[in-house]
Design a protein around this ligand. Structure first.
Ligand code: FE2
Ligand code: FE2
Length: 194
């Protein structure tokens, strides 16, 4: 297994945890209550700082190499770059909408709901496509040397929320997510034994 793909998969798993945190807040919002906007903004800041700046460019590199080695396999995946740009754009739109709410500007509840839903669905669809089609194709086609050359172009940056040296500004987000996951695991355990 390539180290690059192993890292990309771990990053997907981490991103999925962040999306789960955002979805919790969307559920609160949908029930008519005020979500925890520190969490919402934390997830948005994470997406702008990590997937958009680091994870997506890494995947673009892998796809570029796949295109050189097997244009047909790459064509079957399509172009990831516009999807990555669309995700970044959607993230910025969500950031703007949240800022408007916090400034107490007029933002429709439906509009906010739709935007957050679109963001979550798009991210999850994108990750599922990469896991299901892109990574398997890259693993099948690229050689050990390809992976080494890709790795040589990368500057490894650990996840700022779940990595070994978490960024201080995400500390609360990290703590809350770990607490929710623990509570969910305990609830699942209790449900399993009852
Ligand atoms: Fe991607
Ligand atoms: Fe990805």
């Amino acid at each position: 297994m390539s180290n690059v793909i192993r890292a990309l998969r771990r990053e997907h798993a981490d991103t999925a945890r962040l999306l789960g945190a955002l979805e919790r807040q969307l559920d609160v919002f949908d029930q008519g209550a005020r979500p925890d906007y520190d969490i919402v903004q934390g997830v948005i800041d994470y997406c702008l700082a990590y997937p958009d700046c680091y994870h997506h460019p890494k995947e673009d590199l892998v796809l570029e190499r796949l295109r050189q080695r097997d244009p047909e396999a790459a064509a079957a995946i399509g172009d990831l770059r516009p999807e990555h740009e669309a995700l970044a754009e959607l993230t910025r739109r969500l950031a703007d909408a949240v800022e408007s709410v916090l400034r107490e500007a007029e933002v429709s509840r439906e509009g906010m709901h739709e935007l957050a839903r679109e963001f979550l669905d798009f991210y999850r669809r994108h990750i599922a496509m990469e896991e299901g089609r892109f990574f398997p194709a890259a693993l099948e086609v690229l050689s050990e040397q390809d992976w080494q050359e890709i790795e040589a172009q990368l500057v490894e940056r650990e996840d700022p929320v779940f990595g070994g040296q978490p960024d201080q500004r995400f500390e609360r987000l990290r703590r809350d997510i770990l607490a929710w996951e623990k509570a969910d695991a305990e609830a699942a355990g209790n449900a399993g034994t009852s």
